[in-house]
Design a binder for this molecule. Sequence first.
Ligand code: CMC
Length: 433
Amino acid sequence: MADAEISATLTLSGKTIELPVRSGTIGPDVVDIGKLYAQTGSFTYDPGFTSTASCESKITYIDGDEGVLLYRGYPIEQLAEHGDFLETCYLLYYGELPTPSQRKEFDKNITYHTMVHEQMTRFFQGFRRDAHPMAVMVEVVGAMSAFYHDSTDINDPRQREIASHRMIAKLPTIAAMAYKYHIGQPFVYPQNSLSYAANFLRMCFAVPCEEYVVNPILARAMDRIFILHADHEQNASTSTVRLAGSSGANPFACIAAGIACLWGPAHGGANEAALQMLKEIGDPSKVNDFITKVKDKTSHIRLMGFGHRVYKNYDPRAKIMQKTAHEVLAELGIKDDPLLEVAHELEKAALSDPYFIERKLYPNVDFYSGIILRALGFPTSMFTVLFALARTVGWISQWKEMIEDPSQKIGRPRQLYTGSPRRDYLPLSKRGK
Ligand code: CMC
């Protein structure tokens, strides 16, 4: 909401202008610089958007200093403890927790769409078996635009809703197919009587020649991991989805763009890198040497699963992940997981080291998630795929919010140009040797 009472004064090249300040329901105020260029001829400069709110949103709130994460106002701890993933999807997408009849209807809508067009199954054959499943995800999700033409008109609210349901429903199927293709096993079709997470585990780990019974504790852990990853306001991949969507691109193409962005090791790829790091350290006795290497800037080694652009406190998701890791390992009878021991030792060492304390570096969501996913039976190459699956609802909710915002325009940042000033073309013969 605009607050006419508050404004910021800026003096630039001898000219003073008033910039309106806007307040949200919670969180820092923002200085509205929308008219700055028109009034002064200057741009703002903020690489990495460290001080820039790129949009107005009602979906997710993070207080990075206090370690708070709210989905539509509800604390993540309460949703992870008492809710389930599909309810969280409804909440993020529609704005409220569903009533029993809304929930029933939503479950029906999602399960109705769990299968993919049979022709899509042929797509996978074009990939090498050793292709990274994230490469497959980018392609196959992008290809959904070629299969579901009847839900690509972004100006039709019903088509937007169907495309969103399709993506929430089909991402687990596509992710499981990417995994099955990778390991050379036949695809397992969805079973709609199962919960979202249980169905996904079955599509990944069942084989046609044997009965597969989903362990409810493991399904609950999977569901909780999905809840924890469902949205995280304007992170790199979500901003990518919004930027792609701002041009009017269809939602399947936008989500494919989000998946591509998520793949990077500074973002969703960190869970894979964190587990790799724990494996490389291998033993709690080697933790101190590793910490010394991380602190040596010339090594360019980071403590993966640590640090966050927004959280300058313990990531609330990491606490739930840590608890879930213990539950899963206990259920699977894994008493002394050496990687969990290394993780505990690393966390202890880092949290008492001035390097990490001064920079406010704490465990993030990826620090413990790899231990759980590995125990569930997933190879590291699937970790970011699971993140993408869960984040799809966040991306699509943010995309919908953007499309429905009447003030929405194409995203078009400007730049500080530091290249050559204007110069004249020289023919090749006049350019020296
Ligand atoms: N290990 C060692 N040093 C670190 C780390 C780390 N993990 N993270 C930040 N630093 C240092 C960094 O070197 C810098 O030190 P100095 O001030 O001396 O130059 C200072 O802390 C600030 O770092 P930054 O890179 O300016 O901070 P940022 O906000 O740009 O980066 C981050 C955030 C998440 C990219 C970074 O903390 C990082 O690379 N962490 C490891 C990767 C990771 O776990 N990513 C998952 C993020 S959570 C899931 C998601 O959002 O996808």
